[in-house]
Design a protein around this ligand. Structure first.
Ligand code: C2E
Ligand code: MN
Length: 406
């Protein structure tokens, strides 16, 4: 199927602009053989390229382009399908915006179009040309340095306790993973993640339960989370726990059970955050809202977890505003390479800023993901890049340190 990809990238400082002509000539040969056409714009710093052709070939060429060392921060802006090519001339012309008069450069580009109908701005692809040529999105181009410009240096203060030491008949355990502010080197919160006694996943733990047993087990497990946290010497550290929204609705006096377990372990409600996962529909919204009011009234903070995954993300936020939201790994993954993810995360940030809701990003694995999110304005992160969950323990944190130039 005829496929279009548009990307933007940044020319490496050590590549002379003069070298571009021969680079384009070599690329043309390859593209021509693969029946891939398009146009390449350059503004002195950034490239903007549209590639069109058979899906497989366009994707293969785009992959090769992503690995080309002469440019960096390659961001895919559009991947779409259509009936005909916009720029069908064989050969990929290099169009240097600086050589054209500002007022008619856009028309000059459109005049290069080969589609049967006049190219119009009803087309998303062509709207991207306009924003690139007019540089209206430029403040959103975050030029992040390469991954190896940071070292991640783990501390040596990891500690664990044995599950038996907190409860001789514990039916579950917890792993703890920090949410950190990497630049101020602060642990913002520790999240308690449910595990089976032998360290199996939450899914393993829940799969042998059915019906309302799940909610009872979910709530009851928090007693062990608080006991482990206390025995790990949590003191005034903030602790996050996960709960299914329906756990608070279905289990009678659930908030009282939580508050008692908090007090029994020498903790205070003000240091606890309850994270609700939106993976399941909140079917009894009024009852859920009531328990949230009770939680808030007792001093516990609330967070919407997995924000942006599943359904009801925006609707849930319209109905109820938590103290914080956690952006899901599905949106964080490869954010530095994806225009759509960048636009969505920027919209979430804008929305949360207007509502004074704190944001953290979960599942950060790559330095580039972290750097992009930090440039966009997020300062709290959770992910393997900094610390993996540690069973019955608090892991070491690998804090980033900028490498100094030799
Ligand atoms: P969550 O609350 O979003 O927790 C983060 C999950 O992402 C954890 O998976 C963690 O191990 C994983 N993770 C953290 N950093 C990274 C990373 O860099 N890359 C990747 N790929 N994964 C990362 P885990 O522990 O398997 O938990 C899965 C989900 O189970 C949790 O997602 C949470 O929604 C749920 N869960 C955990 N504990 C409880 C609980 O006590 N009660 C309930 N109802 N659900 C729980
Ligand atoms: Mn969570």
């Amino acid at each position: 199927m005829l496929t279009t990809i548009i990307y933007r990238s940044h020319l490496c400082d050590d590549v002379p602009v003069k070298a571009l002509e021969s680079m384009v000539a070599a690329a043309n040969l390859k593209n021509g053989r693969a029946d891939v056409t398009g146009i390449l714009l350059f503004n002195g710093t950034h490239f903007f390229q549209l590639l069109e052709g058979p899906e497989e070939n366009v994707k293969a060429i785009y992959q090769a382009i992503c690995h080309d060392k002469r440019h960096y921060n390659v961001v895919e802006l559009l991947c779409d399908y259509g009936p005909s090519r916009r720029f069908g001339k064989v050969g990929m012309e290099l169009f240097d915006l600086r050589e054209h008069d500002k007022d008619d450069v856009l028309q000059t580009i459109l005049d290069k179009g080969t589609s049967r109908y006049q190219l119009t701005y009803h087309d998303r692809a062509l709207q991207f040309f306009r924003t690139f040529v007019e540089a209206t999105e430029k403040e959103n181009y975050f030029e992040i340095p390469s991954a190896d410009s940071w070292d991640f240096i783990p501390t040596d203060d990891a500690r664990t306790v044995s599950l038996a030491s907190v409860s001789s008949d514990a039916y579950c355990g917890f792993a703890f993973q920090p949410i950190i502010d990497p630049l101020t080197q602060e642990i913002v919160s520790l999240e308690a993640l449910l595990r089976t006694r032998s360290g199996g996943s939450p899914q393993n733990y829940f799969e042998c339960l059915s019906g309302d047993e799940i909610y009872l087990a979910d709530l009851d497990s928090k007693k062990i989370a608080f006991a482990l946290a206390a025995s790990l010497g949590l003191r005034d550290q903030v602790l996050s726990v996960n709960l299914l929204p329906m756990t608070l609705v279905k289990v009678p006096d659930a908030v009282t059970v939580l508050l008692n377990a908090i007090a029994e372990n020498g903790l205070v409600p003000e240091q606890i955050i309850v994270e609700f996962t939106e993976r399941e529909a909140i079917s009894e919204f009024e009852a859920f809202s009531q328990t949230v009011r009770t939680l808030k009234g007792s001093g516990i903070s609330v967070a919407i977890d997995h924000f942006g995954a599943g359904f009801a993300g925006l609707q849930l936020l319209a109905q109820f505003q938590p103290d914080r939201i956690k952006i899901n790994r599905d949106l964080v993954r490869d954010v530095h390479k994806s225009g759509p993810r960048q636009a969505i995360i920027q919209a979430i940030i804008k929305c949360c800023t207007s509502l004074e809701i704190a944001i953290s990003a979960v599942g950060v694995e790559q330095p580039e993901e972290w750097m992009w999110l930090e440039s966009a304005g997020i300062s709290q992160f959770q992910g393997h890049l900094f610390a993996e969950p540690c069973f019955c323990g608090i892991p070491a944190v690998a804090w980033p340190e900028k490498k100094t130039a030799l």
